[in-house]
Design a binder for this molecule. Structure first.
Ligand code: KIV
Ligand code: ZN
Length: 386
C-alpha cells in the first residue's frame, strides 16, 4: 500500500463554517495562495451554491492558484453540482466534491429519504459530476454513525459511478480511535471496488479526538486526510492540519508515511489564517500556540539551554517559527519591518507597506517598543480593513 498521505485542506470551506468567520474573496485568495506555498495537495475552496460570494471566491481561486487540486463542494443534487463546476472549471486540476448523508438519523430526520432513494441519488449525482471532471470525490455524511453494510453499498455505488476518492466523515466527532481505525479497515475489506479509489477521512473534534481518529484511519488504509489550519471548522472544528502533519513527520518511525508539506510554511500559514479569520490560536495549542515551544520552569530551561532535545520533540525553526531578535521602535527601517510582516504571514503590496510603515512610525513615536501583536493589529485595523 502506498505510503503517501494526501493532505486535503478545508480551511476555506469547513473552516469558514466556524461560528464568527466570514472571509471576503481577497482574504480567501490570500489564504489559498499561502496553502499552495505550504504544499497541501487539495484546497477545498468553498461551497459555490451557498452564496454568490462563495461562488466568486471559488472561481477566483480556481483561476489564480496553481499547484494543488482545487475542489468545490456540492450536495448530491444537479443544481449544486452544476454550480460547483461553473466555479471550479477554471482550475488547472479541478475536483467536484459531492456528498449526501447516509446515517439513518439523517435519512429519517433531515432528508426524509429511504436507503434505496439515497443509493439512486449517489449514482446519478456522481455520474453527473463525472461528466464534468475526472476528479470526483464522494462523501457519505455522518458515515461513522451509518450502518456499515449500507455505507459499503453506497461507497461501492459511488466508485462504480466514477468517484476517485471516497470520504468517510465522522461528521459529529463521535468516534474513538480504535473504533474508527477498525471502521476504515472494514470498509477496505468489504467494498469490492475500493482499490479504484482513495479512502479519505474527515474528522470533527467534538470529543477532542479528530487528530487521533484521523491518524488511526491512516494506519488502517486511509490515504487522504481532510483537515484545517488551526483546527478550524464547524463547532469544535476539524482535525488540525499542523497536528496531523507534524505527528506523521515527528513519529515517522512509527507511522512510515509521507506528506508533501513544506514544513517551513506551517507557522506563517497559521498566523495568516488567525489574523484573517480573527480566531485567536489558544496559547497552549500544539505546534503553533504561543507557548508550544516556551519553557517556563527552571529545570526545563536549564535542560533546553544544555540540549534543545531534552524538552523539545520538534525544532521550531523547522516550522518557520523565527524568534525575532529584532526589536521594533522608532529607529527601525522599512526593510526589517517588511520582513517581520512577512514572517507574521502578511504579503502586502508596496503601497500597503508604505502606508503601514508610516502608521508604524507614528505609533513608535508614542510607544517605545512595538510588539508583534502591535504589528498585527496595525495591519488588521489600518491596512486590511474593508
Ligand atoms: O463533516 C462533514 O461530514 C462534512 C462533509 C460535507 C464532508 O463536512
Ligand atoms: Zn465537516
Amino acid at each position: 500500500m502506498n505510503n503517501r498521505v494526501i493532505i486535503f485542506d478545508t480551511t476555506l470551506r469547513d473552516g469558514e463554517q466556524s461560528p464568527g468567520i466570514s472571509l471576503n474573496a481577497k482574504e480567501k485568495l490570500d489564504i489559498a495562495m499561502q496553502l499552495a506555498k505550504l504544499g497541501v495537495d487539495v484546497i477545498e475552496a468553498g461551497f459555490p451554491i451557498a452564496s454568490p460570494g462563495d461562488f466568486e471566491a471559488v472561481k477566483t481561486i480556481a483561476k489564480n492558484v496553481k499547484g494543488p487540486v482545487i475542489c468545490a463542494l456540492a450536495r448530491i443534487g444537479a443544481g449544486d453540482i452544476d454550480r460547483a463546476w461553473e466555479a471550479v472549471q477554471y482550475a488547472e486540476r479541478p475536483r467536484i466534491h459531492t456528498f449526501v448523508a447516509t446515517s439513518d438519523i439523517h435519512l429519517k430526520h433531515k432528508l426524509n429519504k429511504t436507503r434505496a432513494e439515497v443509493l439512486a441519488m449517489v449514482e446519478t449525482g456522481v455520474k453527473r459530476a463525472k461528466g464534468y471532471t475526472s476528479d470526483v470525490e464522494f462523501s457519505a455524511e455522518d458515515a461513522f454513525r451509518s450502518d456499515l453494510d449500507f455505507l459499503c453499498q453506497v461507497l461501492e455505488t459511488a466508485i462504480a459511478a466514477g468517484a476517485t476518492t471516497v470520504n468517510v466523515p465522522d461528521t459529529v466527532g463521535y468516534a474513538t480511535p480504535e473504533e474508527y481505525g477498525k471502521f476504515i479497515a472494514d470498509i477496505n475489506d468489504k467494498v469490492p471496488n475500493i482499490d479504484q479509489a482513495v479512502i479519505s477521512v474527515h474528522c470533527h473534534n467534538d470529543l477532542g479526538l479528530a487528530v487521533a481518529n484521523s491518524l488511526a484511519a491512516v494506519r488502517n488504509g486511509a490515504r487522504q486526510v481532510e483537515c484545517a489550519v488551526n483546527g478550524l471548522g464547524e463547532r469544535a472544528g476539524n482535525a488540525s492540519l499542523e497536528e496531523i502533519v507534524m505527528s506523521l513527520y515527528t513519529r515517522r518511525d512509527s507511522f512510515g508515511y509521507e506528506t508533501g508539506i513544506n514544513y517551513q510554511e506551517i507557522y506563517r500559514t497559521s498566523r495568516l489564517v488567525s489574523n484573517l479569520t480573527g480566531i485567536a490560536v489558544q496559547p497552549n495549542k500544539a505546534i503553533v500556540g504561543k507557548n508550544a515551544f516556551a519553557h517556563e520552569s527552571g529545570i526545563h530551561q536549564d535542560g533546553v539551554i544544555k540540549e534543545r532535545t531534552t524538552y523539545e520533540i520538534m525544532n521550531p525553526q523547522m516550522l518557520g517559527i523565527v524568534q525575532s531578535n529584532l526589536v521594533f521602535g522608532k529607529h527601525s527601517g522599512r526593510h526589517g519591518f517588511k520582513q517581520r510582516l512577512e514572517e507574521l504571514g502578511y504579503q502586502l503590496t508596496d503601497e500597503e507597506i508604505d502606508k503601514a510603515f508610516k502608521q508604524f512610525k507614528d505609533l513608535a513615536d508614542k510607544k517605545k517598543q512595538i510588539t508583534d501583536a502591535d504589528l498585527e493589529a496595525l495591519v488588521e485595523n489600518e491596512i486590511r480593513k474593508i
